[in-house]
Design a protein around this ligand. Structure first.
Ligand code: CA
Length: 222
């Protein structure tokens, strides 16, 4: 269970996010403007913040900027319009941990929330912002992927899958583990969604990056 602050002025979205997070076992607080959002985020009472960009009072970029300049390290997931992902990626250098483009399915947001909360509770401490394995480079903050120095365009889901495989490079991950961590849903275990997405990643990253371990799952090769 985590305490999650939602800063979102669109009531429909705020209540849909709050409802989903509560159903996942978290406590939520919702605030509809940037200034109050900043106050709440600075209180230290939250484990994670879901922050909209277009907000009355103070926009999400400024909230983030103030939050970081006042020393808060609370994980922040930014909600952004799909057509302004470019601006957001630039602004992420100002301190967001992640972003989810609108419109989104709840499962997409939940996967990001779970990942950030897991990283936070990881006793091994801070995970790196950049993963590099076998010629593949993933920047976890800007969500850029490169192969051999060349930029590769990964969808949000492909990125999460790639990130999870790379975090466990050299280890075999079962389809169930991948479904649970990347899709965060109880998919039909007979679903081939994992195989399909591994196929997409191989096409983009190179066929040799992800090995199939017969009867067991997949392994990102270092
Ligand atoms: Ca808004």
């Amino acid at each position: 269970m985590a305490r999650i602050l939602i800063v979102e002025d669109e009531e429909r979205i705020a209540s849909f996010v709050a409802k989903g997070l509560r159903a996942d076992g978290h406590l939520t607080t919702t605030v509809a403007d940037g200034r109050h959002g900043l106050d709440h985020a600075l209180s230290g009472d939250h484990d994670l913040v879901v922050l909209d960009i277009g907000l009355p009072g103070m926009d999400g970029f400024e909230v983030l900027d103030q939050l970081r300049s006042q020393g808060s390290r609370v994980p922040v997931i930014v909600l952004t319009a799909r057509d302004s992902v470019g601006d957001t990626v630039t602004a992420l250098e100002g301190g967001a941990d992640d972003y989810v483009p609108k419109p989104f399915r709840f499962a997409e947001l939940l996967a990001r929330v779970r990942l950030r909360l897991r990283q936070r509770s990881d006793p091994a401490g801070q995970r790196p912002d950049v993963l590099v394995q076998g010629g593949v480079r993933l920047d976890l903050r800007t969500r850029r992927a490169q192969v051999g120095g060349r930029e590769v365009d990964l969808s949000a889901r492909e990125f999460v899958l790639c990130e999870f495989l790379m975090l466990h490079a050299g280890q075999v991950l079962s389809r169930e583990q991948l479904l649970d961590h990347v899709w965060g849903l109880d998919f039909d275990p007979g679903s081939n969604v994992v195989d399909v997405y591994v196929g997409y990643l191989r096409r983009k990253l190179g066929a040799g990056t992800i090995a199939t371990v017969r009867g067991m799952g997949y392994r990102f090769d270092r």
